[in-house]
Write a protein that binds this ligand. Structure first.
Ligand code: CO8
Length: 258
């Protein structure tokens, strides 16, 4: 499908989705979020895709929700239209792994979008923040919830109350991002990580994603139980037989997602 605000490229089982509103630092317009949700749905359904990379430009992953679109909306408008809700819900239903490759600004909804991905690889120029407080509002798609789980209460309060930005080094130290790389290596690093994931059994990577996400939604005992059941269930797959046979035969596994 042809999109106006994002670019989708599929290569070697990795779909790279690039946010593409350079004049507005990739601000998340309603159109962009709709297109992104649609692209995620297509990537999830496509046999050609086994992992997804979401990225922006060198200057901005995304500088937040589009302020010009929101400025004149009333409570009734935002509430009755369920602003951003169907799109973010669809995004969060994606079952294949998603890596955020973040360079430059990831602010407000941009930071929240990066946190909706499964992990974040940041360039050394990345800047994360929840500056909604400066606009007289607060975060609306995870900035008070996911950020708190990632970096803890004190830093999440700091970010949400002062609106200050966190650089890549602080973001890595705080557990918000999994690795930091030089800006000119960011996309390659993210694609290499995605290719590594794409080599695994999709059944196992989807189960791993599901089980890790479960840890945010349940108690430790329930989570461990869920993990154990998923582990047991994977013994019903051909990929488990292939993976363990390949180890014993000292060769590469050839997973077929069965
Ligand atoms: N929305 C719309 N346009 C934007 C946005 C934005 N969030 N950010 C930047 N732009 C535009 C600018 O208006 C400018 O356009 P123009 O050239 O036409 O004037 C262009 O992008 C370039 O921006 P700047 O000239 O400002 O570039 P600078 O390098 O000087 O500054 C900054 C970069 C610091 C990133 C600055 O642009 C900025 O502060 N942007 C706004 C950041 C922000 O406040 N983000 C939070 C937005 S609110 C939000 O995200 C809420 C999400 C929750 C939704 C919940 C739904 C339920």
């Amino acid at each position: 499908m042809a999109y106006e605000t994002i670019i989708v490229a599929i290569e070697d089982h990795v779909a790279t989705i690039t946010l593409n509103r350079p004049d507005a630092l990739n601000a998340l317009s309603q159109k962009l979020l709709k297109e992104l949700a649609q692209a995620m749905e297509e990537a999830d359904a496509s046999d050609k895709v086994r992992c997804i990379v979401l990225t922006g430009s060198e200057k901005a992953f995304a500088a937040g929700a589009d302020i010009t679109e929101m400025a004149d909306q009333s409570f009734v408008d935002i509430y009755t239209s369920a602003f951003f809700e169907p799109e973010t819900t669809r995004f969060n239903r994606t079952r294949k792994p998603i890596i955020a490759a973040v360079s430059g600004y990831a602010l407000g909804g941009g930071c929240e979008l990066a946190m909706m991905c499964d992990f974040i690889i940041a360039s050394d120029t990345a800047k994360f923040g929840q500056p909604e407080i400066n606009l007289g509002v607060i975060a609306g798609i995870g900035g008070t919830q996911r950020l708190t789980r990632f970096v803890g209460k004190s830093k999440a309060m700091d970010m949400n109350l002062t609106g200050r930005m966190m650089d890549a080094e602080e973001a890595e130290r705080s557990g918000l991002v999994s690795r930091v790389v030089p800006a000119n290596k960011l996309l390659q690093e993210a694609k290499d990580a995605a290719s590594k994931i794409a080599e695994k059994s999709l059944l196992a990577s989807m189960a791993a994603k599901d089980a890790v996400n479960r840890s945010y939604e349940t108690t430790l005992a329930e989570g461990l139980n869920y993990e154990r059941r998923m582990f047991q269930a994977l013994f019903a797959t051909e990929d488990q037989k292939e993976g363990m046979a390949a180890f014993r035969e000292k060769r590469e596994a050839n997973f077929r997602d069965r």
